[in-house]
Design a binder for this molecule. Structure first.
Ligand code: FAD
Length: 305
């Protein structure tokens, strides 16, 4: 089902992002995690494409598995960095033939993320051009990326917002944000996007913190700042994984509750292929907050043990 049709039924959506497992060990863990998350009946799941050094080749296999074998409503991420028009067309036809109706279209990062993407003479340089190319030729529902703390390469928030508007005009149906930890950035961003005439949903992307070291690395890569209050809680416990897990979960519950209470159109969970944090977070949101559960009962499907 197209995610835009899910929006028509649900005021809020709850979705989970996975990346393709790299080896057999991770594939087994991935299967267990996907099974756990099936019980939550998410609005949709998404599968990354080459993100953080993960394999591009396995991405479509996982999309196929989710969509055609496990019956998830699945969105395939796709990036145009280093791809030719021919390759993009071939890949879109492959997804279409698999029955996929939703794609998340991104530029992607260069292999060395410290360097800028070099121009691609045979291909496409920006996500907006990829979105336009796909919108004109295929019948997908299209998601795109948004950056509440500005994309790291953009010279200013204003320019990044102009580029966001270009993506919306090119045919993006909705946006999912880069991870962020301070909701203030999200709301400021949503307001500014509205002022730029962007009308589609901007779904917050949230990551439950599992490891202090890992989150520091992600924050560096993505440009998402970690609030001082988070650091003060996490840093003294950085070598105690169970404590970090508990603190990370508590912070994520508070962050998501606050977003939902203030009208966010759902949550996209970056699972990092670990179901426990995502399941615990979702359960706490739907069960622990009676008021919240009542308010959003149409969109929440509480976990059935
Ligand atoms: P763009 O929208 O093209 O923007 C990139 C930069 O160029 C920005 O600074 C923008 O302001 C600027 N820009 C845009 N258009 C123009 C223009 N016409 N002229 C000048 N400047 C312009 N990466 C992966 O490899 N695989 C994934 O699966 C993946 N999934 C993601 C999911 C989400 C929800 C998000 C938010 C990101 C994801 N990424 C993924 C990371 C993404 O590929 C990187 O953040 C990448 O650096 C930018 O991609 P984009 O689509 O936002 O690019």
């Amino acid at each position: 089902m197209k995610i835009t049709d899910v929006f028509k039924k649900n005021k809020k959506t709850f979705s989970f992002e996975f990346f393709p497992p790299k080896d057999l060990h991770n594939a087994i863990r991935f299967g267990i995690n996907a099974g756990q998350l099936m019980k939550l009946q998410p609005s949709f799941v998404s599968v990354t494409y080459g993100a953080g050094g993960s394999s591009r080749d396995n991405s479509f296999d996982v999309v196929d598995l989710f969509h055609n074998n496990l019956d998830f409503n699945c969105m395939a991420h796709y990036t145009c960095v280093n791809a030719t028009h021919e390759k993009i067309a071939y890949d879109m036809r492959t997804l279409q033939d698999m029955g996929i109706e939703n794609v998340m279209l991104l530029r992607g990062d260069p292999p060395d993320i410290k360097k800028k993407c070099p121009p691609n003479p045979d291909g496409i340089d920006y996500a907006s051009d990829l979105i336009r190319f796909v919108r004109e030729r295929y019948n997908f529902c299209i998601g795109a990326g948004a950056y509440p703390e500005k994309h790291k390469e953009a010279p200013s928030m204003e320019e990044d917002l102009i580029n966001l508007r270009i993506k919306a005009d090119a045919g993006a149906d909705f946006f999912i944000t880069q991870m962020f930890f301070n909701n203030k950035y999200y709301w400021e961003f949503v307001n500014k996007a509205e002022q730029k005439g962007i009308k589609c949903r901007i779904i917050p992307g949230i990551i439950p913190i599992n490891s202090f070291k890992q989150i520091k690395k992600f924050s560096e890569i993505s440009g998402a700042s970690i609030p001082k209050s988070f650091q003060e809680k996490l840093e003294p416990n950085k070598d105690k994984p169970k404590e970090v897990y508990k603190i990370g979960l508590d912070l994520a519950i508070r962050q998501c509750s606050d977003l939902l209470d203030n009208g966010a159109p759902g949550i996209h969970f970056y699972t990092l292929n670990r179901s426990r944090a995502a399941v615990d977070l979702y359960e706490n949101l739907s069960k622990g907050h009676e008021e919240l559960n009542e308010k959003y009962k149409e969109s929440f499907t509480p976990h059935v043990p």
